[in-house]
Write a protein that binds this ligand. Structure first.
Ligand SMILES: C[S@@+](CC[C@H](N)C(=O)[O-])C[C@H]1O[C@@H](n2cnc3c(N)ncnc32)[C@H](O)[C@@H]1O
Length: 207
């Protein structure tokens, strides 16, 4: 019999490998959309994207435009959870005191750090860590941005517990996520032209 934890570990490794592969070579075919066109389609203004380092734009793989609607009057410490290549962190850094981007993919963090250097954003820090064990002090964060992480993680309770620990009382969490409302097999039948974009095996992407 398989140990109880096996599916979680397998999915976790698959997720990290998939996003690391996208960070290493965004132009290759991957199981999820990414890059400048995705960001523009999600509502990031093209002039803003043009002003950001290519390193973070071409490997962007979020599901919304969270930092655009986040209320950041200027003195906040922001956590960008699952920051990927760092696009949202760099956008938020223009309106916040400090931004900490966390991701468990070494390739994504390496890319985010290159983007940070190119943008000369001294108030942004990128840290390789798991969302379930954040290397942050308790009650140290004012605003959290989450642009697509929960559906990838079966251990959501641990992530929420960490968010509760690191946020200050009154902190705000802006989270965008993909929600699966019907079986993927049905979606594949409904949109035959989009079959390539709808994964065959939901277990790989929807925890
Ligand atoms: C859908 S992508 C979004 C990336 C980024 N927010 C963006 O908008 O481009 C999800 C990101 O979360 C990271 N991730 C997934 N699960 C994680 C976890 N448990 N801990 C840390 N990072 C995680 C992945 O490596 C990936 O970079």
């Amino acid at each position: 019999m398989m140990p109880a934890l096996a599916p979680t570990v397998t999915l976790r490794d698959a997720v990290r490998e998939a996003y690391s592969a996208a960070a290493a070579d965004p132009e290759q075919r991957h199981q999820f959309p990414r890059g400048r066109e995705l960001a523009a389609n999600l509502g990031y203004p093209r002039h803003l994207l043009a002003d950001l380092p290519e390193e973070c734009v071409e490997a962007f793989c979020g599901v919304s435009n969270v930092p655009l609607f986040a209320d950041l009057p200027g003195d906040e410490v922001v956590l960008d959870l699952g920051c990927g290549a760092g696009l949202d962190s760099l956008v938020a850094a223009r309106r916040a005191a400090e931004v900490i981007g966390v991701d468990f993919s070494p390739a994504m963090i390496a890319r985010a750090r290159r983007a940070r250097q190119r943008a000369d954003a001294a108030n942004v820090h990128f840290c390789m860590a798991a969302a379930e064990a954040l290397p942050l002090r308790g009650a140290s964060i004012d605003v959290v941005l989450v642009n697509g992480i929960f559906n990838l993680n079966p251990a959501r309770d641990a992530i929420f517990a960490e968010l509760a620990r690191v946020t200050r009382p009154g902190a705000v969490v802006y989270a965008a996520e993909i929600v699966l409302r019907e079986p993927l097999a049905r979606l594949r039948r409904l949109f035959p032209g989009k079959r390539d974009e709808v994964p065959e095996n939901p277990a790989g992407w929807f925890a």
